[in-house]
Design a protein around this ligand. Structure first.
Ligand SMILES: [Zn+2]
Length: 509
């Protein structure tokens, strides 16, 4: 099927065009002026066409699962929380359990935790579990406590806590391992809905404007394959296996099935900056702690070598500077070279020598611009001033040094919207919307490159994806052209259409 996309603004590194011919999923030709004689025409009404956008680090399964749950982020009071719960219950009459996420008592005017009594007023008969924003604390209602068999006399589990009122009665608040008491009662819900989570997850991604996701999900190949077979994959899925998958048989490596490909395995080396579990070279500011490595360096190196020997591409989560160093030691020990395109994900705190080492060895930085407005609030507090802060969230510094950086959202941690990602890369904003570290702002060209060409590079597809060019796959997005004169429009849904493999997959007009 041949089609002429015309009356468009197509700006490429090789020049500006107004039309392109696509056939069998490939861009055949670009031009301007007189239109070629093709019957099947699509008028773009002067809109801007950008190359297809990649999210280089996302969790599609969790994103899909979140979409089936109650959202409580930003809730200002317990009354508001109960109102949302009531509404959700009415809109979702078939739920066996009501599960929600995102409340934060610091943001609620009541100055206390919600309790089972609050939840019972809305749901006396159906179990409810509402996670705090951190996911380390949750509150349940009386029905849930009854199902879980928790009474006044239930002892706290190892590493967890069941909160009590002064009179000894349980409040419904469960902390840390206390929350794992719920798991046996809700895990069957996930089993029944697994395929649905993937289906919703990919749909959310394409509706946000993505044409490709590099997604990290456990034991996911068969689910994505099923979606591909049912023609329910609207975008390219590059699946990154979890390390634990290697012990459950050999998951596909460099295998493709329609728009689905599996290449990588992901490892963790440390935790997070917010929880002070990111592994640093020097102590956290005002603390005698340096954070934690998940595995000792030798064990991490063994895991890296195993993955590499099995033929997978490496992706390792490293937030702290010490973690990044240990990961690079592991890459070197395993004999990984630039040709292997090993990826370090997050790269939040680096140092001059680490950046140089990344450039020398061709390690790819997988960065999350939307973390900036979330983390800026406390990054300085955790890190203190000085040189360490110079290499924190230092996207421009990385790129100027010659590191290839690919962009992602880590959704559902952050919003999967790539236009929000582009905005954060351009403005490097703090939570109030003011620029934090002006010199780390990227230009439009640089920001776009991390979501297009560099995303394609991270999956070894830079000769087929990431550019609007003859012979490349016809993956592109159609957006409001006014955004080039006013980047604030990136925050205001500039998306009109998403095309993947030469087919229109989503339209929002
Ligand atoms: Zn992640």
């Amino acid at each position: 099927m041949k089609a002429l996309i015309h009356n468009a603004q197509i700006s490429t590194q090789d020049g500006d065009y107004s039309w392109m011919i696509i056939e069998n999923g490939i861009i055949q030709n670009l031009g301007h002026g007189t239109l070629p004689d093709i019957e099947n025409r699509v008028d773009m009404r002067q809109r801007l066409i950008l190359p297809g956008l990649h999210d280089s680090h996302i969790h599609v399964y969790s994103l899909g699962r979140m979409s089936t749950r109650l959202h409580l982020h930003g809730t200002g009071s317990i009354v508001e929380m109960l109102y949302k719960l009531k509404e959700f219950r009415e809109e979702n009459p078939d739920q066996e359990w009501i599960i929600g996420h995102g409340w934060d008592q610091d943001l609620m005017e009541d100055g206390r935790y919600p309790s089972k009594h609050d939840l019972d007023t809305i749901s006396p008969d159906l179990p409810v579990l509402l996670y705090r924003a951190c996911n380390h604390i949750g509150v349940v209602n009386s029905k849930a406590l009854e199902i879980m068999g928790i009474t006044t006399n239930t002892p706290d589990p190892q590493g967890g806590q069941i909160d009590h009122f002064e009179d000894g009665d349980v409040t419904g608040v469960l902390r840390e391992a206390g929350l794992s008491l719920v798991a046996p009662h809700i895990s069957h819900l996930d089993d029944a809905l697994r395929l649905e989570y993937y289906r919703r997850g990919v749909q959310i991604c394409v509706e946000k404007g993505l044409t490709a996701v590099h997604t990290n999900d456990g034991q996911a190949w068969e689910y994505y394959k099923k979606l591909a077979d049912n023609d329910e994959l609207p975008l390219r899925v590059f699946l990154t296996h979890k390390y634990s998958d290697l012990d459950k048989g050999v998951p596909p490596v460099n295998e493709s099935h329609g728009l689905l490909t599996a290449k990588r395995v992901k490892l963790f080396s440390d935790g997070s900056l917010g929880a002070e579990t990111a592994a640093l070279r020097e102590n956290y500011d005002g603390s005698d702690q340096k954070g934690l490595l998940i595995d000792q360096p030798e064990i991490l190196a063994t895991k890296i070598a195993r993955i590499h020997q099995m033929g997978y591409q490496l992706e390792v989560h490293a937030i702290g500077d010490y973690a990044a160093e240990v990961v690079m030691d592991g890459f070197q020990k395993a004999g990984i070279t630039a040709a292997d395109r090993a990826i370090i994900t997050h790269c939040q705190i680096l140092a001059r020598d680490l950046v140089d080492r990344m450039v020398q060895n061709g390690y790819i930085a997988n960065i999350q611009p939307p973390f900036v407005p979330t983390d800026a609030r406390w990054a300085e507090k955790r890190l203190g001033g000085g040189e360490r802060l110079d290499y924190a969230y230092a996207w421009k510094t990385l790129i100027n040094a010659g590191v290839i950086a690919a962009g992602g959202s880590d959704a559902p941690i952050e919003d999967a919207d790539p236009f929000w990602g582009l905005y954060c890369a351009l403005f490097h904003p703090d939570p109030m919307g003011e620029t934090w570290k002006e010199h780390e702002r990227l230009s439009w060209e640089e920001a776009l490159r991390i979501y297009t060409e560099n995303g394609a590079f991270a999956v070894g597809e830079e000769r087929h994806l990431g550019k609007l060019k003859e012979g490349y796959k016809a993956d592109f997005v159609v957006v409001n052209p006014a955004l080039l004169d006013n980047f604030e429009l990136l925050k205001e849904k500039p998306l009109h259409q998403v095309w993947v493999d030469g087919k229109l997959r989503h339209t929002s007009e």
